[in-house]
Design a protein. Structure first.
Length: 197
């Protein structure tokens, strides 16, 4: 399995991204931007795609598949793509504050700690639907790990499209998010332009 081993903060700086979008509290040191020539249109489009892939932890092939799926759906392709990325199980676990970062959420799902509608799901890319109930497995709820996570993520805002009971480590997806409800700093129109060439 391919794994991106580039240090997270270094990658954030390269993409001009604040680490808080990954669930990291550190402030990134502002690096001096090189006064080179203006980036080309292609460079800007590529950067937005890399940003989206990096934030959600998706590699090129699955990302391309998400784009193709979004293209076949009704509505705006870019908005559909963001909704698909946001409805990945690892992202929903992160949004419910059951993990400090999306990487940690992915690991929690991989380790079979997550139930979707009462069944164990260990596929981080599983796409949740409106009405799905997501919770941490009963025997895992008492673990110190989750007490630490809730302490660290307690102040994080939970999106309106999710209903969460933090004490019970359980939540419901009320509806799939629209673009306005997704606080990720990605210009999805540039990604659409890139792929539609």
């Amino acid at each position: 399995m391919a794994v991106n081993r580039v240090p997270v903060l270094k990658r954030c700086r390269a993409l001009g991204l604040e680490p808080m979008y990954l669930g990291i509290d550190k402030k990134s040191r502002r690096t001096k931007l090189h006064q080179g020539r203006k980036p080309s249109e292609y460079a800007l489009q590529l950067r937005e795609k890399q940003k989206a892939k990096f934030i959600y932890g998706v590699l090129e092939k699955p990302f391309r598949n998400y784009y193709n799926k979004a293209d076949r759906m009704k509505g705006m392709t870019g908005e559909n793509l963001m909704t698909i990325l946001e409805s990945r199980l690892d992202n929903v676990v992160f949004r419910m504050t059951f993990a400090r970062t999306r990487r940690e959420a992915r690991q929690i799902v991989d380790h079979k700690h997550v139930l979707v509608n009462g069944k164990v799901v260990n596929i981080p890319s599983y796409l949740v639907k409106a009405g799905d109930v997501i919770e941490i497995k009963e025997k895992c709820k008492g673990m110190q790990r989750y007490k630490d996570i809730l302490e660290a993520t307690g102040a994080r805002l939970i999106p309106e499209w999710i209903d969460v009971d933090q004490a019970a480590l359980k939540g419901t997806v009320k509806e799939l998010p629209n673009r306005a409800a997704i606080d990720v700093p990605v210009n999805e129109m540039l990604i659409v332009e890139l792929y539609s060439k």
